[in-house]
Ligand binder design. Structure first.
Ligand SMILES: C[S@@+](CC[C@H](N)C(=O)[O-])C[C@H]1O[C@@H](n2cnc3c(N)ncnc32)[C@H](O)[C@@H]1O
Length: 197
């Protein structure tokens, strides 16, 4: 649509795939392998908008990243991001059935813990025949509470505009029944929109 865009990730492999996609479909997007916690290749006030999807919870450097994103945004610049919902995606995350509720319930524990840990998981829909030969994802976790996420934004100077806790719709759950528990029990994602005043 004519916007000048720059995409970043710390993973050179991911950026390589993005550059290959750019060659197939030319969108004039510049890609750089950099950490969101060190955006020194970009000048102050040089972006109208910043968007981050499901990445800022995966780093020990959330606070540095927020300060850097604030720096590179121009005044009135918007910042939109999504993270795993910190209230629900704790080290004690799990599903239980057979309790007071007839529906699956979600467990939370260690919400205030600062202990970093490695989450190992696999998509639940990996076919049974390849499941045992498919290595698990190993994702380092850096727990923060909801107030830590939000207060860091406020302390950096951002003004909150809107929070979102997206939830599968009834029709999506009808089509994909495995989503129903996410409609009923808790939020998997937290969306935040804030602005540099
Ligand atoms: C769950 S993936 C999301 C990828 C992509 N944003 C998307 O929405 O599909 C998390 C991404 O965060 C990236 N990441 C982790 N730490 C980072 C950092 N310090 N700077 C930039 N990217 C980082 C990882 O390399 C990974 O690609």
């Amino acid at each position: 649509m004519g916007a000048n865009m720059t995409g970043i990730d710390i993973s050179s492999r991911l950026i390589e795939h993005a550059r290959q996609a750019e060659q197939k479909e030319l969108l004039s997007i510049r890609y750089e392998v950099v950490s969101f916690a060190n955006l020194t290749i970009f000048s102050n006030d040089s972006f109208d908008t910043a968007v981050s999807t499901m990445a800022l919870m995966d780093s020990p450097d959330y606070e540095k990243a927020i300060a850097e994103i604030y720096r590179v945004l121009r005044k009135q610049g918007d910042f939109f991001f999504s993270i795993s919902h910190p209230c629900f995606m704790t080290e004690g995350f799990g599903w239980v059935t057979g309790g007071r509720e007839s529906k699956p319930a979600l467990t939370v524990s260690g919400y205030f813990s600062k202990k970093q840990w490695i989450e190992r998981w696999q998509f639940s829909r990996v076919p049974e025949e390849i499941r045992k030969d498919t290595p698990l994802f190993a994702i380092p976790r850096f727990p923060r509470t909801l107030s830590e996420y939000i207060n860091t934004l406020i302390q950096a100077g951002f003004v909150l505009k809107q929070l979102g806790e997206p939830r599968p719709s009834a029709s999506e759950c009808h089509k994909y029944p495995y989503l129903q528990k996410w409609r009923d029990a808790g939020a998997l994602f937290l969306h935040i929109h804030c602005v540099k005043p």
